[in-house]
Design a protein around this ligand. Sequence first.
Ligand code: ADP
Ligand code: MG
Length: 352
Amino acid sequence: MVGFRLDGLTKSFGGARAVDGLRLEVADGAFLALLGPSGCGKTTVLRLLAGLERPDAGTITIGDRMVAGPGTFVEPEERGLGMVFQSYALWPHMSVAGNVSFALHGKGLSAAEIAARTDEALALVGLQTRAAARPHQLSGGQRQRVALARSLALRPKLLLLDEPLANLDPALRTGLATEFRRLHAETRTTFVFVTHDQAEALALATTIAVLEGGRLQQCAAPEELWRRPASPAVARFVGDGRLLPVDVLGRAGTGVEVALGPVRLSVPGDAPAGPGWLCVRRQGLALSEAGSPEDALPGTVRTSRFEGGAYCHDVAIGGDGVPVEVHGPVSLAPGTPVGLRVADGWVIARQP
Ligand SMILES: Nc1ncnc2c1ncn2[C@@H]1O[C@H](COP(=O)(O)OP(=O)(O)O)[C@@H](O)[C@H]1O
Ligand SMILES: [Mg+2]
């Protein structure tokens, strides 16, 4: 079943397109990360899904119901969604339980049902012993858990999360991120998790949609996105990929043969003969042992830093001096010539 579907979704603010013809279909029960740099339209997509904004064009379908489209607009409270923001927006004068149960009143539920759902939601986020506490008595991470419990108590079909970890310190972020994964598995709700942090998206999501300038760049499973980025923007944004300009000579087995200056390489890729980008990351590069054999890229060390266990060298490749990173066992002085072997990479077409 479909969790939700966006088709041609478009929204402008004062002539500038925040969301531009977005087409996206997400399976029921998915954990979708909406990933992209600040200002790329992530929050606007969530607000459109929630019914807090009206689209200029396109349709939104949640489950089997169109909630926004030409002549159709379903009000936010009718959409069966939960929303968690960066700021927790809790009522300071209410207890934890009061905050969680607040939205359940007026839904025709019995007092016993409200109490049971509140207990269940607090248990899900591990706060059952803090039901009587006030928000100011809790840590930032605990407050965000209350906000989560408040949404989960509504048993939403879709849970929208707008950078919910952004205000927390790194240790709390990691802990709460693990909680999100567990909650997703336990509730089987479709999660839409907005983040500008690619590591967070890779660690959490079952599917990642990368946005840039309000447009969808690629929607794929984390490993696919990492291994086979569809565009230069995705290659750069996910896993800090570096792009080397190459000439694609033709197919070679399951990949392509490319020329980078005098060096010829066979690498995974999907590009026709012509100009291409070779996307490399430090995990796919290695220093060649002796000097510069024929299949190694010649480069020059710019800096070396110790990263615990190994050194990370910043190396300028080729005439253009594209900077890449590679690990090595010993420190190397700036200016040292090195050869790099490409153990893994991905080639895409380059628009001339
Ligand atoms: N209510 C608004 N009025 C005017 N411009 C807006 C409004 N909301 C968002 N924008 C603009 O739309 C673009 C996308 O914003 P947003 O969806 O908040 O991006 P993100 O969440 O990815 O940082 C930005 O250029 C932003 O300035
Ligand atoms: Mg935002």
